[in-house]
Design a protein around this ligand. Structure first.
Ligand SMILES: [Zn+2]
Ligand SMILES: [Zn+2]
Length: 265
């Protein structure tokens, strides 16, 4: 991720493992840890919001991080346009079509590919061709895990954007990935080859160090940064109508549609 030293950064779907560089965290499910790998992290300003209805002013951020959220939303157009509205640059990561076909997650609404620098989405048909086979292998089999790590890029879409997210939503019957084409195969295998060592290192690190220590170290790192920053008061708007808001006692009130949003802590 090409985040600059003085960038003001939002993370959507920050969950239990936010990026060290994220200044403001945003998650839709603050109280429900069920679909996460651990307890939610709230060591920075945190806003409970849906990525499709962000409560931030236009251009409030320089950079927005959005990992494994896009494939879950109902309206992908809305999430993508909201990200472009609140930030000028960003990074999006999702499972790839290969990952989706091999593992299959019934709660993913979208299958995503990166084709010639453009995000191409289509509705997830949720066929789960291999059932639980590869989930079980990933949990139990070191050779499959090794293969996954070595070919991490095959299973992921990693897309960084500036000014505009280049994307397209396809008709469900259209095929996105032509795996009979030697060029497609070459592109799939060539992308991000340099990330492999890094990924493997990270995975070893993750398994060797308890999660709580990793997240505590990351929290300390996040706190130790001192840069000019904005407060939530300066950037919050109404998620529904994007109108200005006022802070009153325990609540934030919309000046236009009269929406009421509680302040916690
Ligand atoms: Zn997901
Ligand atoms: Zn409003």
């Amino acid at each position: 991720m090409n985040i600059r030293a003085d960038d003001f950064v939002l993370e959507i779907g920050s969950g239990h493992n936010p990026n060290v560089r994220s200044d403001v965290l945003c998650d839709k499910f603050i109280d429900d840890d069920e679909q996460r790998g651990g307890m939610i992290v709230k060591d920075r300003p945190m806003v409970e919001a849906d990525g499709q209805f962000l409560p931030f002013a236009d251009g409030a951020f320089d950079y927005v991080i959005c990992l494994h959220v896009l494939e879950h939303v109902e309206d992908a157009d809305l999430l993508l346009s909201e990200m472009m509205r609140v930030a000028s640059r960003g990074y999006i990561e999702t499972p790839s079509e290969i990952g989706e076909r091999i593992y299959g997650w019934h709660y993913h609404n979208w299958v995503v590919n990166l084709i010639k620098g453009r995000l191409v989405l289509k509705e997830n048909e949720k066929k789960a061709e291999f059932g639980q086979l590869f989930h079980t292998l990933a949990a139990q089999d070191k050779y499959w895990r090794k293969f996954h790590i070595m070919h991490h890029n095959l299973f992921l879409v990693q897309y960084e954007w500036e000014e505009k997210i280049d994307y397209e939503i396809l008709d469900p019957e259209k095929s996105t990935l032509d795996l009979t084409s030697p060029q497609t195969i070459e592109d799939l295998l060539a992308s991000k080859a340099s990330n492999q060592i890094h990924d493997e290192f990270l995975l070893t690190l993750k398994s060797a160090v308890p999660r709580s220590i990793v997240s505590r170290a990351k929290s300390l790192l996040a706190k130790s940064r001192s840069r000019p920053t904005k407060t939530l008061k300066e950037i919050l708007v109404c998620p529904k109508c994007k109108g200005g808001v006022r802070w009153k006692d325990e609540n934030i009130l919309c000046n236009i549609c009269e929406g009421i949003y509680p302040i916690v802590d």
